[in-house]
Design a binder for this molecule. Sequence first.
Ligand code: PLP
Length: 406
Amino acid sequence: MLKINENYLKLKASYLFSDIAKRVSEYTSNNPDKDIIRLGIGDVTSPLPTACIEAFHKAVDEMAKEETFMGYGPEQGYSFLRDKIAEFDFNKRGVKISSDEIFISDGAKCDTGNIQEIFDTKIKIAIPDPVYPVYLDTNVMAGRTGENKDGRYQGIYYLESTEQNGFVPDIPSEDVDLIYLCFPNNPTGTTATKDQLKKWVDYAQDNNALILFDAAYESFIRDESLPHSIFEIEGADEVAIEFRSFSKNAGFTGTRCAYTVVPKKCRAFDNAGNKTALHPLWLRRQSTKFNGVSYPVQKAAEAVYSAQGQEEVKKLTNYYLRNAKLIIEKMTKLGFCCIGGDNSPYIWINGNRSSWEFFDLLLNNAGVVCTPGEGFGKCGEGYIRISAFNSYENVEKAMYRIGKVL
Ligand code: PLP
């Protein structure tokens, strides 16, 4: 008899965004004449930068000619892209990361989800609450948790982000092996200082642990004092893996390109307690299960690092940050406490009522879709996340409508 992986049955019955979609579709079928403004899901709305589109087209044309056609590419990604990433995203900021420590992929979602495969199933995991759900669900699927009881999986150490700790979780009070961190954070929009990250790096060194650092929103950082990469912290290259994406800086959510940095020094331990490098394990995993991102997409991503691309990406992220500023201004004026939004496209708002009640209120009375904080974890209850990914005009309209109903 063929048996299923029963861990899948432990997953909470419905996924946050399908719950939202259900309520939105109910609203639209009951109110066919009303338009909806979506400030919920974190998808970008502006098209790809011109520099990327031009490089994309050129590469597609190359695929049409025998002399320039490209077949399978290197599993780790083309060096023309990895070299630029190493130079612009790390070396220029004084961080020593080499091109062969970078793995190009088709998304930070798959990388943050797949990385757990290279670790033992019996390790102790620390996951933020609230959290980008992928970290948690992929560990549930892999059998690293017990059942979900009262909204929490047994066996997971939850790193609570609350008003008390300024939404940056405290260092664990017990031993954990694998720590997921995300800054600028989804969903709270908070950032971590160098001193705060150093405490995590010290913890990982002292406890033979490892940090999985998701920096998908790095391009929204404007505060010069904030670190853009965990590798800006000395010693982090031994105890951290970092995830980046072209989704939110250059609008690649539908085009798909991201990368993961696994430094050569980065280590875990085998059953006998011997230090073991993680770079060869991830390389083995990727070469076995992944055949690379398409050549035109990597060419389009490379164009992000051209002078024109850099300028366009800055303009794009500035555009969303201007939306975020407006959201903060208006919501604060209405008496709500807002977190994030200054170095991040997300604003985390204390609604002074249940998350879903606030969600329904905004949807049914203002036609605005947000994301209920509770969907990101227990600590999200009472909050909503508003995303700045939309046109300025729509954000203005949404804020006007919200102002009328609150
Ligand atoms: N990491 C975080 C924290 C995210 O919020 C998202 C997308 O919303 C991703 C990763 C996924 O990025 P990608 O589009 O590269 O898969």
